[in-house]
Design a protein around this ligand. Structure first.
Ligand code: ATP
Ligand code: MG
Length: 384
C-alpha cells in the first residue's frame, strides 16, 4: 500500500485555451520546489499525483508544496488496486479509531461492478463490523473516508483535505520588480503579487556606510524567504548614499523622503529595462506614514514614464500586514533592528502632502542625471 499526495489546483480551469500552458508552468513550479527530494509527479485526470517518494520525506514535501501557488488543496492518500478487500484495508488505515463517519466514493471507472453508493455502503458496513467505537452519520460526520476509483484500476483512499497556498502559478502573470526594504510591508506586497502568478525580481537601496552590512544581509534573508514562493529571484542592490548626501546638503531637509522616493522610482525603472520586468511593486499602504499619502504617491509616480506601480497593501491596516508576514515567515526577519536607508537623514517634520511645484524646485538643486548614473554604477545582482 503506497502513500501518494493528491494535488488539486485552483483557478486554472478558468483559463480556457491557455489551460495546457498554465498546467505546464504549474508542474514545473512543483518540480522546482521539490528539487533534490526523490519523487515523481504525474498528471491524473484534472489533478496531479506525487508518487514514489520516501515516506520519511512526506512532511518535507508537504511543507514545500504549501508554498506553491496554484495549489487549491492536497491530500495524503493510500494507493491500492480497485479490489474491495484492498480498498477496505486502506479505509481502515485512514479511519479514526472512534467517532462518527461516512464513506464518500467517487467512481471514474464506470465499468466497476458496484456503483459509488454500493461501494460506500459495503466498505462503511465492514468498518462498523470491525470497530464498535465507530458509527455512521451521513449528515454531520466527524470524519469522511474518501475513496476515489480511477480508470486505471487504482483507488486512492484518504480522509483529509489540506488547504494549499491558492492563487495562480508563478510565471503565468508576467514579471514585476519589487522595491524591497528591510521592513515588514514590502515582502508581504511581493508575496501577494506573486500569489497572482507574477515572477518577481527585487531591488533594494542602501546607504552604506550610514547603514551597516547587516541591513543588507537582512534583505537577502527576506528575499530568500520570499523566493520559496516565487521559485527564486534576482535581487538588485543599489547604493543611494551619495544621493542622500546631496539632498541633505542642497535641499530643504523636510523633502528628504519625498525626493529620495523619486530617485528610487527612477532607478527601479532603469533596472526594469535591464531585467525584463513589466511593473513596479511597493509595500506602501495609504496613510500608514507621512510619506504614504496620495500626494506622496503622485510625486513618486510622476517620474515614471509608463509603468504600472502595483501597491497591493494600500487598503490594509498594519496589523493585517503583520498577520500575513507572520504566516509567510518574514516577520521575525523584518523586525530585526537594522536601519533602512530612509531613516538616515530623516527629517523631524517630513512633508506629508508635497506640492509638485515645491518638489520640482527642490529637485532642481540637484544634478539628477549624474546622480542616477552614479547610483546605477553601484548595481550588484545577487541570484537568490
Ligand atoms: P516597509 O515595511 O516595506 O519598509 P514602510 O512602512 O517602512 O515599508 P516606507 O519606508 O515608507 O514604508 O517605504 C514604502 C515602500 O517603499 C516600501 O514598502 C518599499 O516598497 C519601498 N522602499 C522603502 N525603502 C526602500 C529601500 N531601502 N529599498 C527598496 N525599496 C524601499
Ligand atoms: Mg521601510
Amino acid at each position: 500500500m503506497e502513500k501518494v499526495i493528491i494535488i488539486r489546483y485552483s483557478e486554472l480551469h478558468l483559463k480556457g485555451k491557455n489551460r495546457g500552458w498554465f498546467e505546464r508552468v504549474f508542474a514545473v513550479n512543483m518540480e522546482k520546489s521539490l528539487k533534490g527530494i526523490k519523487h515523481e509527479i504525474h498528471r491524473h485526470s484534472g489533478r496531479y499525483l506525487i508518487e514514489n517518494f520516501d515516506e520519511s520525506d512526506i512532511q518535507l514535501i508537504c511543507d514545500k508544496l504549501k508554498k506553491v501557488f496554484g495549489i487549491h488543496s492536497y491530500s495524503v492518500a493510500l494507493k491500492v488496486s480497485t479490489d474491495m478487500e484492498e480498498m477496505f484495508n486502506a479505509a481502515e488505515k485512514v479511519s479514526f479509531k472512534e467517532g462518527s463517519f461516512k464513506v464518500e466514493t467517487h467512481r471514474a471507472d464506470k465499468s466497476f461492478p458496484l456503483n459509488s453508493m454500493q461501494i460506500s455502503a459495503e466498505i462503511g458496513g465492514k468498518l462498523l463490523d470491525a470497530n464498535e467505537k465507530l458509527k455512521v452519520d451521513v449528515h454531520n460526520p466527524q470524519f469522511i473516508i474518501n475513496i476515489d476509483l480511477r480508470e486505471n484500476g487504482t483507488a486512492l483512499v484518504f480522509n483529509e483535505f489540506f488547504k494549499g497556498a491558492g492563487g495562480m502559478p508563478v510565471g503565468t502573470s508576467g514579471k514585476g520588480l519589487l522595491l524591497i526594504s528591510g521592513g515588514i510591508d514590502s515582502p508581504v506586497a511581493g508575496y501577494m503579487i506573486a500569489k497572482r502568478g507574477m515572477v518577481l525580481d527585487g531591488i533594494h537601496f542602501h546607504s552604506y556606510p550610514y547603514t551597516n552590512m547587516q541591513a543588507k544581509e537582512k534583505v537577502i534573508e527576506l528575499a530568500k524567504t520570499l523566493s520559496a514562493y516565487t521559485c527564486g529571484m534576482n535581487l538588485h542592490i543599489v547604493s543611494v548614499t551619495h544621493i542622500q548626501e546631496e539632498i541633505h546638503k542642497k535641499c530643504n531637509g523636510d523633502f528628504m523622503v519625498t525626493l529620495l522616493r523619486r530617485f528610487m522610482m527612477r532607478l527601479a525603472e532603469k533596472v526594469v529595462e535591464k531585467c525584463g520586468a513589466q511593473c513596479l511593486i511597493t509595500g506602501e499602504s495609504l496613510a500608514q506614514v507621512a510619506s504614504q499619502t496620495v500626494e506622496g504617491m503622485t510625486s513618486s509616480n510622476s517620474v515614471i514614464k509608463c509603468l504600472p506601480v502595483l501597491r497591493p497593501l494600500c487598503g490594509f491596516d498594519k496589523d493585517e500586514i503583520i498577520e500575513r508576514s507572520r504566516l509567510i515567515g518574514t516577520y521575525e526577519i523584518s523586525i530585526q533592528p537594522y536601519e533602512d536607508c530612509c531613516t538616515v537623514f530623516l527629517p523631524k517634520h517630513p512633508v506629508t502632502r508635497p506640492k509638485m511645484a515645491e518638489v520640482l524646485a527642490e529637485e532642481a538643486k540637484l544634478d539628477v542625471d549624474n546622480l542616477l548614473n552614479e547610483a546605477l554604477s553601484t548595481l550588484e545582482i545577487i541570484k537568490i
